[in-house]
Ligand binder design. Structure first.
Ligand code: ADP
Ligand code: MG
Length: 264
């Protein structure tokens, strides 16, 4: 049984995709079998994993409209995990699915077939509370919310929490908030520090201890099609995502192979 996590925040540019790609790489490095699903027509996760969004045989769009199977869509990223890629076609899926029955269940149905093939399935959601995000929330066991530590960080969070509550009540009673991840924290900025502390006060132990700093290497990595975690392993950004991966493994009690038990 895979643990399926929706990486969601309806704000754009808060680090959803960066978190999705680096967490996928981090979990794969720990020996876990990972599937990353790109649910955003902007396809940043697809490109950040080194795939060319212009030349994909089949994408998540086809999967949601049931014109391709998961095996047709699935690709393997060099970083050691599988990916269901997307491109701009996915924007059309929203409209085309409107008349379909159980349109919010499409992704869940498709992923059920591969549930045993993976330890973790990560869903990189678009920056909107739309039908694509809803498909993510219906398919997920839990939600991971990246939060940029800026003045308006908390704004909009109640909409997201209400949406998750509605989904839990009507569509997916498994779902819970796994946690909030503070991203792009600038250690030199008092504001960033204050917001980071405020979040912890507000959400207590739902906030991950690991803080992701603002780090240029993480921003450079996507243009090379490599997760930041592998692009420059010594960078503060890479180290933070490695630490976050371990914290998440611990929090979710994921079945990693214990290094210390393996003879050298
Ligand atoms: P989202 O998926 O929420 O829209 P992204 O992960 O795409 O957000 O991040 C938005 C932009 O910020 C991207 O250009 C990304 O490379 C950059 N970025 C993300 N996290 C960091 C970070 N910790 N430090 C510096 N730049 C970052
Ligand atoms: Mg994104």
């Amino acid at each position: 049984m895979a643990l399926t996590l929706a990486i969601t925040n309806q704000k754009g540019g808060v680090g959803k995709t960066t978190t999705a790609v680096n967490l996928a790489a981090g979990l794969a490095m720990r020996g876990l079998r990972v599937l990353l699903v790109d649910l955003d027509p902007q396809a940043n996760a697809t490109m950040g994993c080194g795939l060319d969004k212009q030349h994909l045989p089949k994408t998540v769009y086809h999967l949601l409209l049931e014109t391709a199977t998961l095996t047709d869509v699935r690709q393997t990223a060099d970083a050691g995990f599988d990916i269901l890629p997307a491109n701009r076609d996915l924007a059309g899926a929203e409209v085309e699915m409107v008349t379909l029955l159980a349109r919010e269940q499409r992704l869940k149905g498709a992923l059920a077939d591969v549930d045993d093939d993976y330890d973790v399935i990560l869903l990189d959601c678009p920056p909107a509370l739309n039908l694509l995000t809803l498909n993510g929330l219906v398919a997920a066991d839990a939600v991971l919310i990246p939060m940029q530590c800026e003045y308006y960080a908390l704004e909009g969070l109640s909409d997201l929490v209400n949406t998750i509550r509605m989904v839990k009540k009507h569509l997916n009673n498994r779902i819970d908030i796994l946690g909030l991840l503070r991203t792009m924290v600038d250690n030199r900025s008092t504001l960033s520090q204050q917001v980071a502390e405020q979040l912890q006060k507000h959400f207590g132990n739902k906030v991950f201890d690991t803080v992701i700093p603002r780090n240029v290497r993480l921003a450079e990595a996507p243009s090379h099609g490599i997760p930041g975690l592998l692009y420059d392993k010594t960078s503060r950004g890479a180290q933070a995502y490695a630490a976050f991966t371990d914290e998440l493994i611990e929090r979710c009690k994921l079945p990693v192979v214990d290094d210390s038990a393996v003879p050298a």
